[in-house]
Write a protein that binds this ligand. Structure first.
Ligand SMILES: *[C@@H]1O[C@H](CO)[C@@H](O)[C@H](O)[C@H]1NC(C)=O
Length: 496
């Protein structure tokens, strides 16, 4: 009997190596597959992009069709009154999407007025919920103090020092000094620090006041919302599935599961479905039927007092209720209208929201929108381009077109003026605009996305981080540098 030669036995090490390689390959492939399935299962329109990590990924295509419910879909807004425009608004869809505005008593009145004249203009007093840190009435709207019924634990100022701002505000209103002409009277109240306490009570209160709505849309005083696109988009989701969507920001790190979590930035607005709110508000009960968990506002109080902002607490509370963020960027947009960084990442995407848009722009954009809607496709960023073009004028002094998707020339290039900054930009194909920060700064910023920007006068940038320019100017010797802002655009490349 002839002995068959045996195949060479792989060494133990290389066998292990092979196994590990195979395992790694399987892990990588299943990760890619999972990501693909997650993206595909949402019927497109997905833009899970991690902009803060400098990670550029082209958003997925939006490949399902939606229709507008405005009637008529489009009208010429010129000369029309607010009532005439609002007559076209599909009010019945407010049974499907409940708008909830979060504001603060100390917030600029111009912002609120502009919001009520634009994004919220078509909502009556029963359509809209407004949550604040003091009860009040603005126009016909009742403003709810979302913090009024919080548990006693919130008033323990040793644990929870910020909350005194809220208490002072109430006391001052009660003793008549809150609206006093003397600006120093209201100075100790820091509205920003109270803000984070409002988020969880706001969600709970919205649910109690307007229970069982399919979706809740939470926005702020400077959130611009394209309602037609929001209605179109949300109608493609099942409200009984937990849905939490918005503009993704990096949140808490989940140590037990070794996962970095994400939350929806509050400024561009966020959405919770009925299923998500039910999961969030759910409290475990024991065998005797008694709750064994506190209500959410109490459950997360210590986290709220440590965290900078309430939106991240909402994200973490939802994560702990097994509701994960669906990040839809750039549909939910953290940029203002004048700061949209137009590029291939934006151009063909529907626009759902904008943040920090100026009061004047909010009202103008809102009127313009009435003439732009089309039945079979949502409004896109490329449509917004027609509302206002960046770069039409070529160059502008005392103008800041920003610092986004940007880089600077190497020091050996010796770029030391507006002119040489321009020349450097024109030499690099991807450069569509430049920003020369003159004065003591002398920085040339080159950009590959196109932004309109805004007027910006010469100013003192303080050396000390966080100090306000006026604090420095009031001091004897200014510590910092003078900067002037000058912007330019490469017209031919933008047109192309
Ligand atoms: C009103 O209340 C505030 C906050 O508690 C207090 O600082 C202030 O002295 C009060 N003013 C008057 C006139 O009572």
């Amino acid at each position: 009997m002839a002995l068959l030669p045996r195949p060479p036995e792989p060494s133990r090490v290389s066998r292990l190596l092979n196994k590990r390689l195979i395992r790694t390959a399987i892990a990588v492939l299943s990760f890619i597959l999972t990501v693909y399935l997650v993206l595909a299962s949402r019927d497109g329109g997905v833009a899970v992009v991690l902009p803060l990590l400098g990670y550029r990924e082209t958003p997925e295509a939006y490949h399902f069709s939606t229709t507008s419910s405005f009637q008529p879909v489009s009208i010429n807004p010129t000369g029309k009154t607010k009532e005439e425009l609002c007559a076209t608004f599909p009010k019945h869809l407010l049974n499907y999407v409940q708008p909830v505005l979060k504001m603060g008593h100390s917030e600029g009145r111009a912002k609120i007025e502009a919001q009520l004249d634009s994004v919220l203009a078509c909502f009556g007093k029963d359509d809209l919920l407004i949550m604040s840190d003091l009860d009040d009435t603005i126009r016909e709207h009742k403003i709810v103090d979302a913090l009024a019924d919080l548990p006693q634990s919130y008033y323990n100022l040793r644990k929870n020092r910020d909350f005194k701002n809220y208490m002072w505000q109430r006391q001052m209103r009660d003793n008549g000094t809150l609206h006093s002409e003397d600006p120093t009277a209201t100075k100790p109240i820091d509205g920003w620090v109270i803000d984070k306490y409002k988020f969880l009570p706001m969600v709970e209160r919205a649910w109690i006041t307007k229970p069982d709505k399919p979706f809740y849309f939470f926005l702020e005083a400077d959130t611009y919302v394209f309602w037609d696109n929001v209605f179109r988009f949300l109608q493609t989701f099942d409200p009984d599935v937990p849905v939490y969507m918005g503009s993704p920001s990096p949140g808490q790190y989940d140590k037990t599961r070794d996962i970095k979590t994400w939350f929806a930035n509050g400024g561009p607005g966020f959405v919770l479905s009925r299923g998500a709110i039910k999961a969030l508000l759910h409290r475990e009960s024991g065998s005797n039927g008694q709750y064994i968990e506190p209500p959410i506002a109490e459950k997360w109080l210590s986290l709220v007092s440590e965290e900078c902002c309430g939106d991240s607490v909402v994200g973490w509370a939802l994560w702990n209720a097994n509701v994960e963020l669906q990040g839809y960027w750039p549909m939910f947009n953290p940029h203002p209208l004048h700061g949209i960084p137009f590029s291939d990442l934006y151009w063909c995407q529907p626009v759902l929201t904008l943040h920090k848009t100026t009061p004047k722009d909010m009202v103008e954009l809102w009127r313009w929108e009435f003439g732009q809607r089309t039945l079979h496709r949502p409004l896109l960023y490329s449509d917004l381009w027609h509302f206002r073009h960046p770069g039409e004028l070529g160059v502008l002094e005392n103008w800041d077109n920003g610092d986004w998707d940007s880089w600077i020339p190497p020091s050996e290039a010796k770029v030391d003026s507006f002119k040489s900054c321009e020349q450097f930009c024109r030499k690099e194909d991807r450069c569509v605009q430049w920003n020369w920060r003159g004065g003591n700064d002398k920085t040339c910023i080159l950009m590959q996305s196109i932004r309109y920007g805004q007027a910006r006068e010469r100013e003192m940038i303080p050396e000390k981080r966080g100090a306000k320019p006026e604090e420095i100017l009031a001091g004897e010797k200014p510590k910092g540098k003078w900067v002037d802002y000058n912007s330019g655009w490469v017209g031919e490349r933008i047109n192309k």
